[in-house]
Design a protein around this ligand. Structure first.
Ligand code: BGC
Length: 359
């Protein structure tokens, strides 16, 4: 198999915008298809231990279903991944009100976030990589956020079976920025049951507990002795129904883990965040990131009412996400690492997904 990047039409939005889909293929047959609507990764095929390719991300077969109703399947999330309490924050003495779209809070950039916008795109290629570059300018005031935000997100598929996701943004006014990628993984194949038997190692000694509306309390709590201790490889389902207030509020895991980052490490260095294993197919996923946190969400809101690609039904806990990010609600929590981007600075963030198999 040879390395390639191709482009094809993928339909038209209800407001008549043409959408394109890019297909990245590496020499081992790993294939990523991503479209200009939301920068959505529509499919991601990797080999299992026998070498058979399978699609490991949830999604739909066509654009219309994404436009109609998607729980952020595969999308770029912005301007602010995760929640901002009551959709409100104060910056430079001014209070901003964002759309409230998740109980009392603002989630994933508001009513029409980056996941629902059509991006410009072009392909890129080197002698060991293929990629697609998504770009858009989010106008001042979009979804209530201050400043014009110029955003570039690049997906680079490498010959060594890594997908590198690079985020860059600049602004002309102080503004909060927190970008992520919202793929739902099922390493046994999208639609092939739940992920409770799949195993995770999360390189985090602590996490940010939430209130009943999923907003962090501000506390950084140790995972030791709790169902949030994934420092050694543990099945997702091993403790998910434990009698634990945090798990009950969220209906499972839907929490930000505080990644271990040695003080000596430069701020822009990658840390190993997650090792995920599917004992059944043998597929593994490793996540590396420059971000301080990661939202692990176990598809608790999937309930079997969505039929996705190839007519497959997405059952309760039929996927997990690995949303690398700054902590939720940081604009309202001064003790968390800042998410404010200033004019003249460049927001830069990198996450790497490495695909593999174990015997
Ligand atoms: C959130 C979940 C939410 C999901 C899909 C995740 O990032 O933490 O609570 O249901 O996205 O919207």
């Amino acid at each position: 198999m040879s390395r390639s990047v191709t482009q094809a039409p993928f339909g038209t939005t209800p407001d008549s915008q043409a959408v394109e889909i890019y297909t990245l293929t590496n020499p081992h047959g790993i294939q990523v298809r991503a479209m200009t609507y939301g920068g959505v990764i529509v499919s991601l095929k990797t080999p299992d231990r026998t070498g058979e390719l399978g699609d490991i991300v949830l999604g739909y077969d066509d654009l219309a279903h994404y436009v109609a109703d998607s729980p952020y399947f595969g999308a770029i999330i912005g301007r602010y991944a995760n929640r901002i309490a009551k959709g409100r924050f104060t910056l430079d003495g001014k209070t901003y009100q964002l759309p409230v779209n998740d109980g009392p809070n603002s989630l994933h950039g508001g009513t029409k976030g980056f996941d629902k916008r059509v991006w410009d795109a072009h392909s890129v290629q080197t002698d060991s990589t293929v990629g697609v570059v998504f770009h858009r300018v989010s106008p001042d005031g979009e979804e209530g956020y201050p400043g014009t935000l110029d955003v570039t997100v690049t997906y680079t598929l490498k010959d060594d079976d890594e997908l590198v996701i690079d985020y860059r943004a600049t602004t002309d006014e102080d503004t909060p920025v927190n970008l992520t990628q919202h793929s739902y993984f099922n390493l046994d194949g999208a639609g092939n049951g739940d992920v409770l038997g799949q195993e995770l190692m999360v390189n985090a000694d602590s996490y940010t507990p939430i209130d009943s509306t999923f907003i962090p309390t501000g506390q950084i709590a140790p995972v030791a002795g709790t169902p949030f201790d994934f420092r050694t490889l543990t099945a997702i389902g091993a403790r998910i129904d434990d009698d634990n207030q945090q798990l009950k509020w969220a209906g499972g895991y839907d929490h930000n883990f505080v990644l271990n980052r040695p003080d000596s490490l430069p701020a822009d260095a990658l840390v190993h965040a997650v090792h995920a294993v599917d004992p059944k197919s043998g597929r593994t996923l490793d996540v590396y990131t420059t971000e301080p946190g990661i939202q692990i969400y176990t598809g608790n809101f999937l309930d079997g009412t969505i039929t996705g690609k190839d007519g497959k039904v997405y059952v309760h806990r039929g996927a997990f996400t690995v949303e690398t990010q700054h902590y939720p609600d940081s604009p309202n929590e001064p003790s968390f690492p800042s998410t404010i981007l200033h004019p003249g600075q460049t927001y830069q963030s990198r996450t790497v997904w490495k695909f593999g198999v174990q015997g």
